[in-house]
Structure formats: structure tokens, C-alpha cells
Design a protein around this ligand. Structure first.
Ligand SMILES: [Zn+2]
Length: 170
């Protein structure tokens, strides 16, 4: 079984990938991005992500992925969990509806997080999150927007100000 342990203390129940310690979802990418190995692992990870989305499973905790582009206007009934996930590129939602909090604590996102036009009934949590580019909340509606302000690290504040400018202009 996969050696990944979630924040709840529960172990990941997936089979390990080949001779690694982790499942395809939690296993690291090989260093060489041009290798066949990298390509195969990327494809298997993408298939896994699609399978999870189809199943309505939005627990991406600890996932190691290239990028995630959620289908437009996707509806997520409860939490969206990207805690401790490592995403080489971006995580993008367009017009998504999220019933509870979107959790990004401890995650590393190489490029951007897009919540364009999203409607989030909870908050968005960014404690100890590393984001390579920006977080875009354009036309988004977030129920507890203060959580975003309080928890986002200082270094992203200028981007948040841009967002608020958009937000108030509506
Ligand atoms: Zn796993």
C-alpha cells in the first residue's frame, strides 16, 4: 500500500506504483522531464486525476502533479483539498462552485491558481502555501473572503490588492 499519510493520520489506500513507496498520485516525478518514464508517469497521473474528478473525489492532498485544469463550471459539493500538494504548473478553476473551503495549506504551486468566476461557499486557505506566479480571483465570489486575507503570506499581498480592486469595481 502507498506510504503516504494524510493530515488526518489516515494512510492512502492506493496500490504502490511499480517498485516505489507511493501510489501514482503521490509518487514524485522523475528528474529528467524528457524521459519516457516522466511521460508515462505524467499520463498515469492525469488518468488518475480524471478518474477522481469523475467520481466526485476532490481530495488532492499530497498529490504530485504537473497541472490540474478542472472542467469548466464544475460543482464540488464539499471541501476541495490541495493541502501539501506539489503542482509543477497551475491549478485552474473556471466558474467552479465549491460548497465548503478550498484548502491549499502547505502546498507548492509552480505557476498560478485561477478561481476565475468561481463561487466558493467557504473560504480559501493558504497557510504556508508557495505560489510561483499569482492567485486570480477575478469575478469570484467567496463567502469568507477575510480568511484569504488573514492567511495568505505577506509576499502575495500585492496580488491580493489587485484582486480586491477588481472585486470592488463590480
Ligand atoms: Zn498514495
Amino acid at each position: 500500500m502507498c506510504g503516504y499519510t494524510f493530515r488526518t493520520g489516515k494512510k492512502c489506500a492506493e496500490e504502490t506504483y511499480q517498485d516505489s513507496k507511493y501510489c501514482i498520485f503521490h509518487v514524485d516525478f522523475p528528474k529528467d522531464e524528457d524521459s519516457e518514464d516522466f511521460k508515462r508517469i505524467r499520463e498515469l497521473k492525469e488518468a488518475k486525476v480524471n478518474e477522481k474528478i469523475d467520481r466526485g473525489d476532490f481530495n488532492f492532498e499530497g498529490a504530485k502533479l504537473l497541472e490540474v485544469n478542472f472542467p469548466k463550471d464544475i460543482e464540488i459539493e464539499d471541501f476541495l483539498n490541495f493541502q501539501d500538494a506539489v503542482i509543477k504548473k497551475g491549478v485552474r478553476f473556471v466558474g467552479a462552485k465549491i460548497g465548503e473551503d478550498a484548502l491549499f495549506e502547505g502546498s507548492q504551486i509552480g505557476e498560478d491558481i485561477f478561481f476565475v468566476g468561481a463561487k466558493i461557499d467557504g473560504g480559501v486557505r493558504f497557510n504556508k502555501t508557495e505560489i510561483g506566479e499569482e492567485v486570480v480571483f477575478e469575478r469570484a465570489e467567496i463567502d469568507t473572503f477575510n480568511d484569504v486575507m488573514n492567511e495568505l503570506q505577506q509576499k502575495y499581498l500585492h496580488e491580493i490588492h489587485d484582486t480586491i480592486a477588481h472585486w470592488k469595481a463590480k
